[in-house]
Design a protein around this ligand. Structure first.
Ligand SMILES: Nc1nc2c(ncn2[C@@H]2O[C@H](COP(=O)(O)OP(=O)(O)OP(=O)(O)O)[C@@H](O)[C@H]2O)c(=O)[nH]1
Ligand SMILES: [Mg+2]
Ligand SMILES: [Zn+2]
Length: 315
């Protein structure tokens, strides 16, 4: 029978049976344990002679979520099979920063998970804060859908965008999501609103010890009824230390073509550098969007170059 791994315990896995939805604990056959089963994995179970559930096989993964373990300079897969990466930003408190969206878009590409952006706290928005349609349009070449919502008022109707709370709810129904965003933008509030206000966070009783109740120290899938989300330590990290600056442009598919037309080898594409392909762009709204993406690229390039002691090839 088929099941999905919801949480990893010591040498056992909390799984949900596909057919009945029942939660059970299963033990992998010896050689499978070494291959590293992670939350989100779909597995094949059999009932062993003792009547206990055994994991006999892991299905191939659609994608993998990984985090950097700085001390050993390695990447560790912490979860698998996520359908959607939800980047949450707020109109205010904290102020909107487009760089944060661009930053998490790198992870979406790295992990091969489809990203969307939630503009939250729109009940507090006024047009002087920023140009919402510009922010939405600059993401269009990347195929990123945007939603205009207020987590504290699910009846809020979108005023500037096509899609609002109901659209978001429909969009994530049946899916497994990761919520990324700065502290305070309303991720928890939004998860609660989307789940109709009654999500039950799994308690730590199975893990024993009871420590780390407030920080995410283990990976798990939280079932919110109509959708699930993956909670995993380290995945919300803003650091770009693990990116190789030399291949960073391949994470910017929307400006990659312009960059490859640049006649300078190893050009940093700094704004205003004479002769650079980007400096030749005409003044237009579209190119303003391109330059806003280039600005993030240049910032991230600098940031990911700042750690020369890391042997990035290891990743
Ligand atoms: N006015 C308004 N307040 C909101 C909205 N969404 C969240 N808040 C408030 O903003 C504060 C932070 O929301 P949280 O949901 O805790 O933020 P978070 O993203 O989970 O933050 P961390 O858990 O620290 O990462 C809370 O006081 C919420 O009630 C919104 O749409 N409108
Ligand atoms: Mg929270
Ligand atoms: Zn250039």
């Amino acid at each position: 029978m088929r099941a999905r791994v919801y949480r990893t315990l010591k040498n056992e896995f909390l799984c949900q049976l596909d057919e009945s939805g029942e939660e059970i604990v299963a033990t992998p056959l010896g050689k499978l344990l070494k291959s590293g089963i992670v939350v989100g994995d779909y597995v094949t179970l059999k009932v062993g002679v003792s009547g206990a559930y055994e994991i006999h096989a892991i299905e191939p993964r659609v994608n993998e979520i990984s985090r950097v373990l700085p001390r050993v300079a390695k990447k560790k897969v912490t979860a698998a099979n996520c359908d959607i990466l939800i980047i949450t930003v707020s109109a205010t408190n904290p102020d909107y920063k487009r760089g944060i969206i661009d930053r998490f878009l790198l992870r979406a590409i790295e992990w091969q998970i489809h990203p969307v952006v939630i503009f939250n706290k729109m009940d507090l928005f006024n047009a002087e804060m920023f140009d919402l349609s510009f922010e939405q349009q600059r993401l269009a070449p990347l195929g990123v859908s945007c939603f205009e919502v207020s987590a504290v008022d699910p009846t809020y109707e979108p005023r500037f965008m096509q899609a609002g709370f109901e659209d978001l709810k429909n969009y994530i129904t049946g899916k497994t999501a990761i919520f990324l965003g700065q502290s305070g933008v309303g991720k928890s509030e939004m998860i609660s609103a989307l789940s109709g206000g009654d999500i039950k966070l799994r308690s730590n009783e199975i893990g024993k010890g009871g420590k780390g109740a407030h920080t995410t120290t283990w990976s798990e899938i939280v079932n919110c009824g109509d959708f699930c989300f993956i909670d995993s330590p380290g995945i919300r990290s803003f650091s770009l230390d693990d990116f190789d600056p030399g291949s960073l442009m391949s994470f910017f598919p929307d400006i990659f073509d312009i960059a490859s037309q640049c006649k300078f080898r190893d050009c940093l594409h700094h704004p205003n550098s004479t002769g650079c392909a980007f400096s030749k762009l005409e003044d237009s709204l579209e190119n303003e969007m391109v330059l806003s993406r280039l600005e993030s690229y240049c910032r991230f390039y600098e940031e990911s170059s700042a750690n020369p002691h890391w042997d990035k090839k290891k990743y």
